[in-house]
Write a protein that binds this ligand. Structure first.
Ligand SMILES: [Zn+2]
Length: 335
């Protein structure tokens, strides 16, 4: 009987989550993204943890053939962060010194087990949640989240795929936090699909354009993951969320974004370095951008927030400024 009930509740829940009418009443529209196809790929982390000896023998072959590491190379190229091969090899070497049993029973493989069990639930719940933030024009994606270990960033999205490095100390070996972060990364995949369709006139300078794209993309991604905590909580783990809940820190991060944008409008040289250091590493784009997304979502509605993804990043700043308090407005970038 209990089995039957569980089965029935499972079916009910799946129908509830997938029912387009439910989505429609929540969001007034259904994004094409809702019909996306997503799966987890564990091949990278399993090769690393279960056969590190083979990688140590020929690291170059691994970097050239492993799907997650091919994407990691793209990340290094895009961000210009150099690959520290020596540091990386040391980690794999350390792993290869452990016994088979130790590696099989490691915390990393335990997280892999949890993620495998959760994969179907994640697909069923994360897609409609993310789709509720995306405009109706967003096409469905056919994509994977690659689960790996020991890449430089703890997570990233490039070329329409997401990569999560589950050994990173950022996660404190917490599988639920990892799942929450997957929602952030998977949002980037949907955002990128819209970037090809933006309606607004882009800034002529690509470097300047990148600054508002990052504010827009990282800000909404942070807010999408923050609002997904009823599915996967990151409470006590995600430093961005802690900052996002602190009004003084939000004000400071808005000031940081304005410092970057003011210099960009003055055509300062070192702008890319400042943007990387303050906007990305010190999280100004994430925290200020999430606050902007929340403000638009709560005061103007989800549809207006999704429209900024349809129109482009300049409209995100302009829409936010319409309703922002005077001391929290964001400087608009100009050519
Ligand atoms: Zn991100």
């Amino acid at each position: 009987m209990e089995q039957f009930l569980k089965f029935f509740l499972g079916i009910f829940f799946a129908l509830f989550v997938l029912n387009p009418f439910t989505l429609k009443s929540q969001n007034e529209y259904v994004s094409g993204f809702s019909t996306s196809n997503l799966s987890f790929d564990f091949s990278s982390v399993e090769t690393i943890v279960l056969s590190p000896n083979k990688i140590v023998e020929n690291a170059t072959v691994f970097w050239e053939n492993d799907s997650a590491y091919i994407l990691a190379k793209h990340w290094h190229n895009a961000t210009k962060v150099p690959i520290s091969m020596k540091k990386w090899t040391k980690k794999i070497q350390k792993l290869s010194n452990k016994t088979d049993q130790e590696r099989r029973q490691s915390a990393t493989m335990q997280i892999v087990d949890v993620l495998k069990k959760e994969e179907q639930n994640f697909v069923q719940q994360a897609i409609p949640h993310i789709a509720s933030f995306l405009p109706p024009q967003t096409p469905p994606v056919n994509t994977k989240i690659f689960i790996t270990a020991y890449t430089n960033p703890w997570a990233f999205a490039v070329k329409g795929f997401s990569v999560i490095s589950i050994t990173d100390k950022h996660y404190h070996q917490n599988a639920e936090f990892i799942l929450n972060l997957m929602i952030h990364e998977f949002f980037h995949v949907g955002y990128a699909k819209n970037a090809q369709l933006w309606k607004e006139t882009a800034l002529k300078d690509d470097d300047k354009s990148r600054l508002i794209i990052q504010l827009h993309n990282e800000g909404i991604a942070t807010y999408v993951a923050y609002t997904a905590q009823n599915l996967y909580s990151a409470k006590g783990f995600e430093p961005d969320f802690k900052m996002f809940e602190n009004q003084e820190i939000i004000a400071k991060k808005i000031q940081n974004v304005n410092d970057i944008f003011k210099k960009a409008n003055e055509n300062s040289n070192a702008i890319s370095d400042l943007s990387w250091k303050v906007g990305i590493m010190q999280r100004a784009y994430y925290v200020a951008g999430a606050f902007m997304a929340k403000t638009i979502d709560e005061k103007l509605g989800r549809k207006k927030l999704a429209e900024t993804i349809e129109n482009g990043p300049r409209s995100f700043v302009a829409t936010y400024n319409l309703i922002a308090e005077n001391d929290k407005k964001i400087i608009e970038l100009v050519d």
